[in-house]
Ligand binder design. Sequence first.
Ligand code: CP
Length: 321
Amino acid sequence: MTTIMTKPQLALRHFLRVETLTEDQLIALIHRAVYFKDLDSRHELKRQPEYRETYVANLFFESSTRTHKSFEVAEMRLGMSKIGFDPGYSSLRKGESLYDTVRTLEAIGAEIAVVRSTEEAYYDTLLASETSNISIINAGDGSGQHPSQSLLDMMTIYEEFGYFKGLKIAIVGDLLHSRVARSNIQLLEKLGADLYFSGPLDWYDDCFNASGKHCPIDAIVKDMDVMMLLRVQNERHQDNESINMSADEYLETYGLTVERAAKMQSHTIIMHPAPVNRGVEIDGSLVEADNSRIFKQMTNGVYSRMAILEAVWYGRHEGGI
Ligand code: CP
């Protein structure tokens, strides 16, 4: 029997940047993701027949495990048809541009393209065409944004606390190169959380001072509700941006050690978008600690991405956009 799901509250044309989402839209997406998770827990989450003819192309030009595979699972769980794409075996190798690749996939039937690129705001080029009708979901653009990660992070915090206003949240590590940090800072500020930043000043941008305060980790760890660690993004560091420090030294100076974690409040949760450099930004034993939500974040990624895909589908088919 097909479960008749309630209709989504939200209709989107694309899903590109978090700043375009209103607080109401954000809360609607979180509620929808929680709704999907709840249906699933009751084994009532069923593929919807009306999605079957919706082809979604998943174009990942930068490595990914979580985002790529959870978008694929989200598409399958909704009942959409996914088009896999391997850049190494595509005509990109013959010089075809991203723009022409996306136009080609649209021409053969893709309605939605989920794209990760090393290039910041790559989608501006894709959306420049007035004849293109494909919807773009941003799965990460260089050091720009990672809006679907942000949604799953907000869902995870919401499940834990039920609210955002006044929560003390530390974002710790390589903020400068982190698209997760950029997206999360904007959303958490919009939702009224109190933000604190920590990590090497070499990997910090003063523009974040408008949203929170930079502090040594030892000064804040005991007061936070959420400790959100960030990966050291070695692949994005220019030659002059490396820090001459061993993994152990980095962990001792900037990371979440077992000793620091012991000072956290009993309700404080540990988050990390992953992949995790165990023993660098976080002690490896804390990744699966009782107060870690790192694997829960990954699980929530499927439901959050279902909410995004559904909102875009609804926008195209029933929302008149
Ligand atoms: N968090 C995240 O984006 O992980 P992946 O790079 O594996 O997709």
